[in-house]
Design a protein around this ligand. Structure first.
Ligand code: TXA
Ligand code: MG
Length: 327
């Protein structure tokens, strides 16, 4: 298949020349995948509806859900959305970084309707990764970027994951090595009387509550990892193994995803997310490990219990979604 032939040729080491070229491609309406501190993003000029449409096409998204719009700094955010004192306080504490704020769009907001699904709101974040930051600076436009995986697949934490999923559908993949956090940004709706946590991610509930001085209401989206309808995934997908969290033993044919020093006996494929029991390290390794263990002949991935505090809440959320019935 053609995309297999082109999949490595689009990967570029992200030096200044490559980033400048990527910025020009974005301004011309093409798709560029780039590293952020959370996961790799599939970027398009957020003000160009046609470019944004290419994102949905490339990901094979079953529906047009709203995308996260990346901006260079708080001033740029203020140009697109209405911020109040509380959202500014959160922005100052966590930007640049892995917190996404859902805010009311300004009437003159130039973001394409397709990027926000026609909503009155826009999800904004300022990424911390130096490559993402200089891409935003060179491009001079807000960049709509969902995670750079095919719909229903786990998020990519390396340029190679992006190439394997999206290959020839992107004009360039900027390679910045493995993503630092390995979990997507946390999403907070900052418009109402109470702050509402919409997605658990790289910033913990406790960190957000401490910064805001209030507790978060929680309204997590029903499903992010699963396609909404059967048959949406392309057939060049390998059959994906089931995921079995909370496992204390491993059956024949299963792969093992371990954590900490208490590892069940097992002969087959095994990855330990963090032998020392560090949740940060486990989060960073999670998606790559799920991809690596999802190989032919593996019926299911047994995952040992992972503590629920701090980043463990987001890790367990992702595992629960990965384990939910498919299609
Ligand atoms: O870490 C991240 O946030 C990564 C990197 C690339 O920055 N991006 C990412 O984007 O995860 P995506 O498109 O995969 O996630 C979009 C999430 C969805 O859960 C969507 O429902 C929510 O953001 N979202 C976007 N706009 C929204 C809005 N206006 N209101 C509520 N939720 C919104
Ligand atoms: Mg995603």
């Amino acid at each position: 298949m053609q995309w297999r032939m082109t999949e490595t040729s689009t990967i570029r080491r992200a030096d200044a020349a490559a980033i400048e070229e990527a910025a020009a491609l974005l301004r011309a309406g093409a798709l560029v995948a780039f590293p952020t501190e959370t996961v790799y993003g599939l970027g398009a000029d957020a003000t160009n509806g046609l470019a944004v449409a290419r994102i949905f096409e490339a990901k094979g998204r079953p529906r047009f859900n709203p995308l996260i719009v990346h901006v260079a700094n708080l001033d740029e955010a203020e140009r697109l959305a209405e911020l109040d004192d509380r959202s500014r306080q959160l922005a100052r504490r966590f930007w640049p970084g892995p917190l996404t704020l859902v805010l009311g769009k300004r009437p003159d907001c130039p973001v394409a309707e397709l990027a926000t699904s026609g909503l009155e709101t826009v999800a904004l974040r300022v990424p911390a990764h130096p490559i993402a930051r200089s891409l935003l600076e060179f491009a001079g436009v807000p960049i709509a970027a969902p995670s750079a995986n095919r719909s229903g697949h786990v998020s990519p934490t390396t340029a190679q994951h992006v190439a394997a999923d999206l290959g020839g559908a992107v004009a360039m993949i900027l390679d910045g090595g493995p993503a630092e956090h390995g979990l997507e940004s946390s999403i907070v709706d900052a418009r109402g009387r109470r702050l509402v946590l919409l997605r658990l991610g790289a910033v913990t509930r406790g960190e957000i509550e401490a910064a805001a001085g209030e507790t978060l209401e929680t309204r997590l989206a029903a499903d992010e990892l699963r396609p909404s309808a059967p048959g949406q995934l392309e057939s060049h997908y390998a059959p994906r193994a089931a995921v079995r969290p909370g496992a204390t033993s491993v059956a024949g044919g299963e792969a093992l995803l371990a954590f900490g020093s208490d590892v069940p006996a097992h002969e087959g494929p095994m990855i330990n997310l963090s032998p020392s029991g560090d949740l940060r390290e486990a989060a960073a390794n999670l998606f790559a490990a799920l991809r690596a263990l999802d190989r032919p002949g593996v019926s299911a991935i047994a995952v040992v219990p992972i503590p629920g505090e701090g980043l463990g809440e987001a890790i367990n959320d992702r595992l629960r979604r990965a384990a939910a019935p498919r299609g």
